[in-house]
Design a protein around this ligand. Sequence first.
Ligand code: HAM
Length: 428
Amino acid sequence: MQGQALPGFRDFYPDDLALRNAIFATWREVARRYGFQEYDGPPLEPLELYTGKSGEEIVQQLYAFEDKGGRKVALRPEMTPTLARMVGARAQALKKPIRWFAIPQLFRYERQQRGRLREHFQLNMDIIGEAGPAADAELIAAAIDTMRAFEFGPADVHARISDRRVLRTLLLGGGLTEAQLPTAFEVIDKSERVPEEALAEILEKAGIGKREAGSVFEVASFRSLDAVSAALAKVKGGEDAGESLRTTVAALGTMGLGEFVSVDLTIVRGLAYYTGIVFELFDRGKELRAICGGGRYDNLIKEIAGIDLPCVGFGMGDVVLGELLRERQKAFEAPGQLDAFLVAVGGEDVAPVLTLAAGLRNRGIAVEYALRNQPIRKQLELAAARGASRAVIIGPDERKAKVAVVRDLKTGKQHKVALTKVRKGVFK
Ligand code: HAM
């Protein structure tokens, strides 16, 4: 049987596409409210755009190959490097701060599981050219507001916020060296999913002593701004390192979103390029992977395009979100969009029905008719299956009297309407 999509790839039947379109429409609406402009880039990119910049995990998952011209290419696994290249190329001309959003389809060769596929669509919102925490707060607010637009409240979803500068400062203060930080980040990132003994082993292998390992676990245990501030107060540079996180959390409170937000230092993010605030949105049930993830990445444009521009942004996938929406909402149905189904009584009525259909469609009215001669009963059956609200029936008697029979397909009631009116799309 050749009738199956590849594992991790989806067929979008009309009802599935209705859900996808509803998600995209809400994403676009929230992006509009925040003043973001939509952009897009190519789905196929030079391989080197990702190697060395996105981090090992994503590079392992690339769909990469050599094209017929011998170029090493990859299907985009994320949008951020493309955005960095595009902005880098026109950096002088663009008015900062840039607020751009995109809805790319992305490809990662992942182990398929619930909420994790090999292709997904992702809302990306990014602010470029603003280094201060107001931009971080703005983006986290946009991510939360997107969830609110889907009618999720603080009892359903929450944002967990951390800051890599805070993590760095606390870990260096706890005796770790700069070279040990990546391992410490990895352990903190895994601390909720992997038992402590296994994590201790990773630390030990990286040459991190018992006392320093203790500070890694302590940092991973902080779940509030107060706890983080108290720990920062004890280390050199702590006050400065926590400033951005404090301001961001305060701004979200001022915007009325405090209930959605918690400070949680276990959020590190897998991608290598983050430099400051990092955050993820989860469902409160915590059954699924993150709905959304993002953060500040101030060095990526410099690495890709040689231009110094601070950035902050997030990606929100359609897969986890779709699962949550399906769990709580009625099935999404492809909208039935027919204004009328035109019925020809006999062969002689087919040409007048075609003329009428063409005229109505020119006026923007949605109509369909049977594509072969059929008994009226069959045609009405098809009309009902299409969800048309009315059938417009044309037969020899009607043509002679210059009328059409308009039948309400819900009530079954019908009445005659002058053809001059019907041609204008007036069915009463
Ligand atoms: P990410 O955390 O890799 O970040 O992906 C963001 C979101 O996309 C995830 O939270 C998840 O909902 C969804 N997602 C990722 N991979 C899959 C998958 N295999 N199947 C289903 N959904 C998936 C990034 O991609 C960053 N580039 C986001 C960003 C934009 N950071 C700054 N600007």
